[in-house]
Design a protein around this ligand. Structure first.
Ligand SMILES: [Zn+2]
Length: 344
């Protein structure tokens, strides 16, 4: 990259979420937020919440860059001023992000949750006298302990001019109501279906696949784009065939288990199992399969387990995953799961 090559420079910039183009379904949220800012009415605490894969973080990182940028336009940060340059380098004196390691420029060693000491540091940081804008981001804010949440409340209750606190949460129902009541939720959750679909079609280049992926992702646009690349995605029909041959006694659980251990790791197999079984339940209830590219209804026929049976099985599945987390061998868990599948 040279300073004289604006095209290359643009590409490098757009690969960083701070300077990436606004996602098409976030126009309204962006306009609302920037208008509030220009009117001096942007609340101190802002919450980006909603299910995973709708672009909350993409929005927040753009907003972070924009709030800090000293040469911003209504569309986004400039990418060139000292503030934007600091962001690119991954060290900005006026930005604090928790848990540590969750900056877009960090290379993936994110801490699992935010500690109470860190919230206290954040509190001090928000009180430090400084000029201009300061931004604090709490990623996965729903993982805060009660103690940390209470410490955070103090910060939220004492807004300072120029200080912005941005909370990100995939599970907002786990946030304390006292916190939720002190932050303004960004309107990121309602995504117009046509906008979502055209985005996914554009990324995947196939309308049928895009419709399927968007449906299986429950409308989470970014998740839908990634779905076809998941290891389990093209194994859905194979899963059904295996299950049916187990049920009909045409195959032994242990041999099927051995086979699948070479195909998917257990976590992916569990995701796939849950997805297809929920679909089998749908078919049993006469709702029609969501997997429009497989003949689920024809394959399973009338003999499907009841919702209660499937729910019990899925609860067991959770227990199996917990056991694996506690050092039960993956092979044992796989074998156990196949025995249960054969009897479902
Ligand atoms: Zn800038």
């Amino acid at each position: 990259m040279t300073d004289h090559d604006p095209d290359t420079f643009d590409t490098v910039l757009q690969n960083l979420p701070y300077f990436a183009p606004l996602l098409t379904w976030q126009q309204k949220a962006w306009q609302q937020t920037t208008t509030q800012f220009y009117a001096g009415k942007l609340p101190h605490g802002i919450l980006a919440s909603g299910m995973a894969g709708i672009g909350k973080r993409a929005f927040v990182w753009r907003l972070v860059a924009w709030l800090l940028c000293t040469d911003k336009s209504e569309y986004g940060a400039c990418g060139l001023c000292p503030s934007c340059t600091w962001l690119k380098a991954g060290t900005h004196p006026d930005l604090m992000v928790l848990p540590l390691g969750s900056l877009p420029t960090d290379d993936g060693d994110e801490q699992p949750s935010i500690k109470i000491d860190e919230i206290r540091t954040l509190q001090e940081y928000s009180h430090t006298k400084g000029q201009g804008v300061r931004v604090m981001v709490l990623n996965n804010a729903d993982t805060l302990t009660v103690g940390a949440s209470n410490a955070l409340l103090k910060t939220l209750e004492e807004p300072r001019a120029g200080v912005h606190l941005l909370l990100i949460s995939d599970n907002p129902s786990r946030l304390l109501p006292t916190i939720k009541s002190r932050v303004q939720a960004l309107p990121l959750g309602r995504i117009e279906h046509e906008l979502a679909l055209s985005y996914v079609v554009d990324k995947l280049g196939d309308e049928n696949l895009a419709r399927l992926a968007l449906d299986l992702a429950d409308g989470a646009v970014l998740k839908a784009v990634d779905l076809p690349q998941m290891a389990w995605f093209d194994k859905r029909q194979l899963w059904l065939k295996t299950w049916l041959s187990l049920r009909h006694g045409q195959r032994l659980p242990v041999s099927a288990s051995d086979y699948w251990q070479g195909v998917l790791d257990l976590a992916d197999f569990v995701v796939l199992t849950r997805l297809i079984l929920m679909d089998v339940v749908r078919v049993g209830l006469g709702l029609g399969s969501r997997h429009t590219d497989i003949e689920v209804m024809n394959m399973v026929g009338d003999d499907v387990p009841s919702l209660v049976q499937v729910e019990n099985f899925l609860a067991n599945l959770d227990d199996v995953m917990v056991a694996v987390g506690q050092n039960v061998q993956e092979k044992m868990a796989y074998d156990e799961l196949f025995c249960r599948l054969a009897n479902l």
